[in-house]
Write a protein that binds this ligand. Structure first.
Ligand SMILES: Nc1nc2c(c(=O)[nH]1)N[C@H]1C(S)=C(S)[C@@H](COP(=O)(O)OP(=O)(O)OC[C@H]3O[C@@H](n4cnc5c(N)ncnc54)[C@H](O)[C@@H]3O)O[C@H]1N2
Ligand code: MOO
Length: 403
């Protein structure tokens, strides 16, 4: 049996690389960038007016001028209108390009405009106020985003702003999600009293979809020959396989043997953790990684987050995610010499600390409990007593305020 860290290391050593492809920029959210995004112009591209009002020369204020003749009105998108004299102004709107003969904007709230004359109220005017200077955010040619960055909504707006209609992204591996077990029936079926509806595959699919991966789904009955046929086919058609169930010590847990017969090399079987101890991981002759997660739904949930997602990040060339930590909120005893992934609900306390409140459940078959949980806390194997106030690593499974 290997440790969680050893398992992670082996998995990351088997990260793939599926190349790159071009997608339309407005369909790129959630994908991983595989090019530099460069500023084609300064950000902002001109001295941008930030308040509706009038544009003047500050020199006028220094000379005590407080009434201005309105020469013209300039909307955003209009060519800049110059002023000739210090006692002139241009009515100007937010987003307009400041004329080069002006340097300061006074907002309407600080003026009275009547019969083409703008009169300044008793307010202090500062040189350059209400102007967002050209190039003050980024300069033309600056790199705005680099390969390996996830294309977030913020990045989509940058890509649009620099006029890139297409963007180069990492190709996403094609993943087969495979359920096993004769006790499982389809979601739309009415199970017999001794059967359950298949749910693990949909959990995995939902997690992967959050990361831009679409998957093929298949089911294997507890029959070694049929398993072998279907798996052989999946190994041929996909870049990676995630299985759930059939890897522990049961009489019908044929999976490890079938995988071996298909020349999928076992890289480990069993990790010193709870849940998910019987996790089996291997690689086919063609280099296809096979994640065979234990069937218990909480084990599947944990293993997909703790092992598959880091593999996916590495495969997509994303930098390793920074570890997150939280403060344990209860004393706790866990005797087995295993890493314990405790189900927790995270909250932020009044001292701005992230606090992990354990959510007691009935073990790794209790997936109803997961609806109240937003992270696993990774408690180390070399301790049995965990005290309130101690800090441990956490793995987020949903946004902090969603439960
Ligand atoms: N003698 C031993 N028995 C067990 C051990 C052990 O070490 N020795 N390990 C236990 C642990 S830990 C786990 S986890 C499970 C894992 O067993 P399998 O990977 O063989 O999984 P199954 O037996 O097929 O299923 C376990 C459980 O999960 C349900 N399941 C499976 N697939 C799905 C699905 N797609 N959707 C919903 N539910 C699913 C299944 O019905 C079972 O209830 O083994 C322990 N036993
Ligand atoms: O891995 Mo099992 O999930 O500990 O029950």
């Amino acid at each position: 049996m290997i440790t969680v860290e050893e398992a992670e290391k082996i998995i990351l050593a088997n990260a793939g690389d599926y190349g790159a492809e071009i997608v339309m920029f407005d369909e790129a959210a959630g994908r991983v960038l595989f090019e530099n995004i460069k500023a084609d112009r300064d950000f902002p591209p001109y001295n941008r007016v930030t308040m509706d009002g009038i544009a003047i020369r500050y020199e006028a204020i220094e000379r005590g001028i407080s009434t201005f003749t309105v020469r013209a009105t300039q909307a955003a998108g209009d060519m800049p209108v110059n002023i000739e004299q210090p006692d002139e102004c241009v009515e100007i709107m937010t987003g307009a390009s400041l004329p080069i003969t002006a340097d300061t904007v006074i907002r309407y709230e600080d003026l009275i405009i009547k019969n083409g004359i703008a009169t300044l109220q008793a307010v202090k005017v500062k040189y350059g106020q209400n102007v967002h200077l050209q190039g003050s955010d980024r300069k033309q040619g600056d790199i705005l985003a680099v390969p390996g960055q996830m294309i977030t909504p913020a990045l989509v707006s940058l890509i649009a702003s620099v006029g890139e209609t297409e963007v180069r992204v990492k190709k996403v591996p094609r993943i087969a999600i495979v359920s096993t077990g004769d006790e499982l029936v389809p979601v739309n079926a009415v199970p017999a009293p001794f059967q359950v509806r298949q749910s693990n595959s949909y959990t995995i699919q939902a997690i992967l979809r959050q990361h831009g991966v679409t998957c093929g789904m298949l089911h294997l009955p507890d029959d070694p020959d049929k398993m072998k046929d279907k798996l052989q086919d999946a190994l041929y058609h996909y870049d990676g396989i995630i299985l759930s169930g059939g890897v522990s010590a049961g009489k019908f847990d044929y999976l490890p043997k079938v995988l071996e017969e298909l020349q999928v090399e076992k890289l480990f079987h069993k990790v010193s953790q709870r849940p998910g101890k019987p996790f089996w991981f291997g690689r086919s002759e063609q280099g296809i990684p096979v994640f065979a997660f234990p069937g218990n739904p909480v084990a599947v949930f944990l293993c997909t987050h703790r092992y598959f997602l880091p593999w996916l990040r590495a495969t997509l060339g994303m930098p390793g995610g920074e570890a997150l930590y939280a403060v344990l909120d209860n004393d706790l005893t866990f005797n087995p010499a295993l890493n314990y992934f405790l189900q927790v609900k995270l909250e932020v306390n009044t001292r701005a600390q992230l606090v992990a409140i354990p959510v007691a459940g009935n073990g790794s078959g209790d997936f109803a409990n997961l609806a109240d949980v937003n992270a696993f806390m990774e408690l180390p194997a070399d301790k049995n007593e965990f005290k309130k106030g101690e800090v441990y690593k956490i793995h987020l499974i949903s946004p902090i305020y969603s439960t």
